[in-house]
Write a protein that binds this ligand. Structure first.
Ligand SMILES: [Zn+2]
Length: 363
């Protein structure tokens, strides 16, 4: 019980109660009442202490206006960032990431996953690296695109990753963060080969034309903390997502799903979303990017879904395809960088909070 012995608040409570006990010792009735009070104080304190001791995996869905920047702080205090948002805008996205990290008590990024080499995911890297140290860099390998823009983004990444430790991953690889199981399910166009239950949603499923872009190469990860499971597939597109769940669901069910590709309808097939059956989905859409009504409806109709939270109000969704305002971090016309923050316990319970209005809900 060293924890309590070192706590001055506990010592004060204990001393006051002991003194009360001594003073009341001449009277049996008062003595009993005081003992009762002491035990109540103790149980109250123990409850508080166990709350303070609860270790959580915290996930910050940082608003980068239609890109990705998902910052996780592990129970062991390590940090994992998935993507860096956009460049430009006077360091807007780098500042938002660093701000979230500092508020979470983090002074470096231990692990950075770059899902793929598009400007809304890796574009902000240079600005970010100038503001906070990054230790490990995770990627899918060389970009498959040949445009000057993407090749420049890739070259910029290679240069910065060479200053840290670079890890090019493939499905089945795991990232060695303490207390978590972080498994790569997709990378460089390949899908995990692990086994799963047959997926009835695959019957008659339609595939789309092959996607030659770097989206289809996205690193997709499943993050498990005890009973809590969180899926982030970057900007993976339709056919590659189907490879993960058809004919068998190689992912299993998850608690939380970051809607693939900002909630665009070129991603997020029902055969995937409905098979992983998230309790909660978070959509990292911008006001005018992602959040397409078709993709939104696939998520909203997913069996077992309790809530969908949005980083932005989606202009495309209008009144019909947006969630209740209290679960949207940034309303129409807002460029204020509010985020959705999630805190998960290893028993599978988690709480989601909207940083704009403080509204939160437990699951
Ligand atoms: Zn994107």
């Amino acid at each position: 019980m060293e924890f309590f012995g070192s706590n001055s608040a506990f010592r004060q409570v204990h001393a006051v109660a002991q003194q009360a006990l001594r003073q009341a010792s001449h009277c049996v009735t008062i003595h009993l009442v005081t003992r009762l009070l002491l035990s109540l104080l103790l149980s109250e304190f123990l409850g508080l202490a166990s709350l303070q001791a609860a270790k959580t995996l915290d996930i910050h869905f940082i608003d980068v206006e239609g890109g990705q920047a998902t910052l996780m702080i592990t129970p062991a205090g390590e940090s994992l960032l998935v993507d860096t948002g956009w460049p430009g805008f006077e360091n807007r996205d780098a500042d938002r990431i660093v701000d979230a990290a500092r508020k979470a008590g983090v002074s470096k990024i231990d692990w950075l996953i770059i899902t793929h080499f598009h400007t809304d995911h890796v574009g902000g890297l240079k600005q970010l690296a100038a503001k906070i140290p990054i230790v490990n860099f995770v990627d899918h390998g060389k970009t498959v695109e040949t445009s000057t823009g993407t090749l420049n983004l890739y070259a910029g990444y290679e240069e910065l990753a060479a200053k840290g430790k670079r890890h090019t991953v493939k499905p089945g690889d795991k990232l060695p963060l303490k207390g978590l199981n972080i498994e790569v399910l997709a990378a460089h166009g390949n899908a995990t080969t692990r086994k799963g239950a047959p997926n009835s949603s695959c019957a008659g499923v339609e595939r789309k034309a092959p996607d030659p872009s770097d989206n289809a190469q996205s690193v997709g990860v499943l993050i498990t903390y005890g009973k809590f499971r969180f899926l982030d597939l970057g900007d993976l597109t339709w056919n590659k997502e189907l490879d993960l769940v058809c004919p068998e669901n190689r992912i299993g069910k998850v608690d939380v799903y970051l809607t693939t590709h900002h909630g665009m309808d070129s991603s997020g097939p029902p055969a995937l979303v409905h098979a992983i059956a998230p309790k909660v989905a978070v959509m990292n859409n911008g006001e005018k990017k992602g959040g397409s009504p078709a993709a939104w409806k696939v998520v909203k109709s997913s069996p077992g879904l309790q809530d969908l939270w949005q980083v932005h109000f989606a202009a495309a969704g209008g009144a019909d395809a947006n969630v209740d305002e209290k679960m949207i971090a940034n309303l129409m016309g807002q460029n204020t960088g509010h985020s959705i923050v999630l805190s998960a316990e290893n028993n599978g319970k988690f709480k989601v909070t909207n940083s704009r209005n403080g509204f939160s809900k437990s699951y």
